[in-house]
Design a protein. Structure first.
Length: 298
């Protein structure tokens, strides 16, 4: 299975952050700038999101990452290779079953007396906590599915991981879309459509879900529906290069030449160097040549 990548906009939507926040993390040297994101870059973002939710200041995160890089020279990227979590304003890390303060390197006792008393107390149900745990577990299964896809595992194993994520959290839009794509690739268009539409019910502003649903309609010959969802994807993410490319093909195929020219041009601005850009230039040249009135040249 090909290595899946996500555009910058898609990556931000998957983890729920703004462009401003992402750029702020890059400016503070918490992570490198990327135009395309793989599973590992998504892990970086998710770790930073969790630390931010726990109110760890960016400077404290930077200090922790710098200290870990010095102390653990065999670790290339602490954000993806280590389990980092917040303890108040401190960043802790789990290594070989032990807890260490990320900045000082000091090993921590696993439990203090207060924690022991809490663990020994009669458990009470907290619906909100149970819901959070379910969503967290669903996220782990979603990440597991991504990891299995990245490593080319059998499609049955990938499918099971995404299904488990959806079972735990029916609103897991990312798992719904990825499961839909598995069925799309298997040409089970009916089931693929169900999952794409469920993802859009969860998040109507999910550009990737619109794009994938448009691909499905295009494959089935429903050009009007395909155009509708490609346009929706571009309304949400105007720099969605692949949506411009596919719309250009559809408009060219239906003799809407000016619209085709516009989308070919936009695509080449966003992706000028790929193999697909060469095809786009060729098609754009054909359209421009066809638009020249015979005998008008000097």
């Amino acid at each position: 299975m090909a290595k899946q990548t996500y555009s910058r906009e898609e990556a931000r939507r998957l983890v729920g952050i703004s462009e401003r926040l992402l750029k702020s993390w890059e400016d503070k040297k918490l992570l490198a700038h990327h135009s395309l994101y793989t599973f590992l870059e998504l892990l970086e973002l998710r770790t930073l999101v969790k630390l931010r939710e726990d109110r760890v200041p960016p400077l404290q995160i930077r200090r922790a990452l710098t200290a870990l890089a010095k102390k653990l020279k065999h670790i290339e990227n602490p954000l993806t290779e280590l389990k980092l979590y917040a303890d108040g304003k401190k960043v802790r890390v789990e290594i070989d079953g032990k807890t260490m303060d990320a900045e000082s390197g000091q090993l921590m006792l696993n439990f203090d007396q207060v924690e022991l008393r809490r663990m020994l107390a009669f458990p009470t149900k907290d619906p909100a906590a149970e819901d959070r745990e379910k969503r967290a577990s669903a996220e782990r299964w979603f990440q597991r599915g991504l990891e299995l896809e990245q490593t080319g595992s059998p499609v049955e194993h990938v499918t099971q991981a995404y299904e488990k994520a959806i079972e735990l959290d029916p609103n897991s839009a990312g798992a719904l879309v990825n499961l839909g794509t598995i069925y799309f690739n298997a040409r089970d268009f009916a089931r693929a459509k169900q999952f794409y539409e469920r993802a859009l019910e969860v998040d109507p502003e999910y550009a990737l879900a619109h794009f994938d649903l448009a691909n499905l309609y295009d494959e089935r010959g429903d050009r009007n529906k395909a155009v509708e969802h490609y346009q929706a994807a571009l309304r949400i993410a105007p720099n969605y290069a692949d949506a411009h490319y596919n719309l250009a093909l559809l408009y060219q195929g239906s003799n809407q030449m000016m619209r085709a020219v516009r989308h070919w041009t936009n695509y080449l601005k966003l992706d000028p160097a790929s193999h697909w850009a060469n095809i786009a230039r060729r098609e754009l040249a054909k359209l421009r040549e066809a638009a020249v009135v015979p005998g008008s040249r000097a």
